[in-house]
Design a protein around this ligand. Sequence first.
Ligand code: COA
Length: 309
Amino acid sequence: MAGIKITGYGCAHGDRTVTNEELARVVDSSDAWIRSRTGIESRYFADNRSNLDMACEAAEMAFQRWGGDRGAVDLLLVCTFTPDLATPSVACGAAGRLGLSQKVMCLDINGACSGFVYGCTLAHAMLTAGDARCALVIGSEKISPLMDLTERGSAILFGDGAGAVVLEADGTKEFASYSDCIPESETLFCERFDPAIMMKGQEVYRFAVNAVPESIYGVLRRAGRRVEDVDWFICHQANLRILRSVAGKLDVGMEHFYVNIQRYGNTSAASVAICLSEMLEKGLLKPGQRVIITGFGAGLTCGSILLTV
Ligand code: COA
């Protein structure tokens, strides 16, 4: 299937670094437990920054790396389950602050931790159909205000941040996507007016270690590719043990998995976007390489995309 190219990338994060030690002063946990059970060493909280602030910082960096005319952006998707307001959307706020054209279609997508992967799937559909010419897809989350810091199962996991990509259609690139979900699950949820995240960690864990390899095999089947054809697996950063388990099930070495959970924790829809941005900035993604990006999380949702760099 005709694909898309990433022409710009950027990321941002909350303004305060919170180490495990600092967190363990508030919640009944320890640095050793958090590191060994999740791989997380610190995360960022956005005490003085909104979701919109981080989304726009990531987008400005993406525009800088791109070097193109931002007036050409005609699709803006902000993937988030933590918008600053119910309405208007973060996307509308970002379109204004970034100075985009009045012709841009902009909306938020709530696909939880699969949001960025779903957003890229939708952007691909519009770009290749000719309904959009240049898309800005942002994953941005401010989760820290939704955390009950006395609930140790979830208090240790989440962080705030944003990642952004500029996407354009490119018929020379490969693309395939695969999505599935376990509908109406309440193993991970957050009420609108009593907004502490509630999570049955073990159930989410069991879902992830099965759903992620299934999703990766699903997208490989659609693309007519094998695991060996993939250079990088960029999975949602929820727990290092989940990533190791997925690598084991695929029989792939961890050197093919990008990991930055130690610095960010789980940033939900932002995590894959931040990974992509860091990898492109470090020159880890080379032209022609095949990459699978996978998101999974609340819903319960899961989705993968195979693309070429
Ligand atoms: N610090 C110290 N001890 C903790 C703890 C914490 N933060 N959280 C749980 N524990 C304790 C439990 O009380 C339990 O103690 P017990 O054996 O005396 O009863 C023990 O550690 C094991 O608890 P368990 O829930 O089995 O831990 P776990 O190994 O499953 O790790 C999670 C908990 C939440 C880290 C893990 O289940 C997980 O990462 N799940 C997936 C969550 C996720 O990815 N969510 C986002 C999806 S997008």
